[in-house]
Write a protein that binds this ligand. Sequence first.
Ligand code: ADP
Ligand code: TRP
Length: 321
Amino acid sequence: MRVLSGIQPSGSLHLGNYLGMMKPMLAYLDEAELFVFIVNLHALTSVTDAAKLSQQTLEAAADFLALGLDPDRCYFWVQSDVTEVVELAWILTCITPMGLLERCHSYKDKISKGIPANHGLFAYPVLMAADILLYQTDVVPVGKDQKQHLEVTRDIAMRFNHLFGETFTIPEAQISDEVATIPGIDGQKMSKSYDNTIEIFLDEKTLRKKVMSIKTDSTPVEAPKDPETCNLFQIYRHFAPPERTSEVLGLYLEGGAAYGEIKKELSGILWDFFREARDTRERLTNDPSYIHEALRKGAEKARSVALPTIDLVRERVGVKY
Ligand code: ADP
Ligand code: TRP
């Protein structure tokens, strides 16, 4: 089974990204042929600062490598390094009905917020379809917001196969409903857009400060509390050792859970949990040549998978003569 996921290079990873995306992705390393790439061409639809984009691309790569994405056991590259994807995107564009793209929520939402519509934003789902189809992907794990884009991809693939003959695998979306939404320090979904995140790679003091600021209610220590609605516990339970989580759960249910103490403990747990990744990330950042080399090799490997498909596509549509 071939599993593929594209990741926007959009700033520091937070605990929600780790639990909702990184951890499930790392689990695929042993179970599937895993394709992971940084979608810098998609980022161009909204970023016009070159230095920022190239820096964030390298940072995203460092984050992923540091957290355990072993480039020898998967395909890990930067989207723009396999230029065939842009060729495929154009070919697919030519068979994509306008109406299919005009219906896309993410485009409509941006327009309705007054974000000026460039053609890239409109054509975004076609480039995403090219990403997926170029590698003959079986499964694409995505958040709910990307569900429609996967439907567009399937529509385009079926249309192509119908017009030109069987060429593409029709991919399945894997929508992770079961991945709980991790709350941020204010209790809303943890998200960069809400400014309520706890980043994975913070210095110890800032980490502690952020954890101490997780919003909790004013129930007295002795009183029982509901762990399901407590932001603190909803983060704590993912990182504390299972026996300790059960003990703390007992304190919530029977009384005796002191938020301040649990926060202090959580901040220590998080600091230790990401220690190895943090050290690796620092080493990588000090030696970007390792990152460059991993991405270069990754692009080479990815291209070797892409070439037979693009070659077949050229033949099918008649641009090979
Ligand atoms: P943000 O909302 O901070 O901009 P993104 O939309 O870039 O985050 O999300 C990147 C990935 O992280 C997606 O796969 C998304 O499902 C996951 N993710 C983001 N926030 C959370 C969260 N609070 N809980 C669980 N998963 C999350
Ligand atoms: N559109 C996706 C997002 O915003 C990123 C993406 C681009 C992607 N190409 C992809 C995701 C291919 C999965 C497969 O998160």
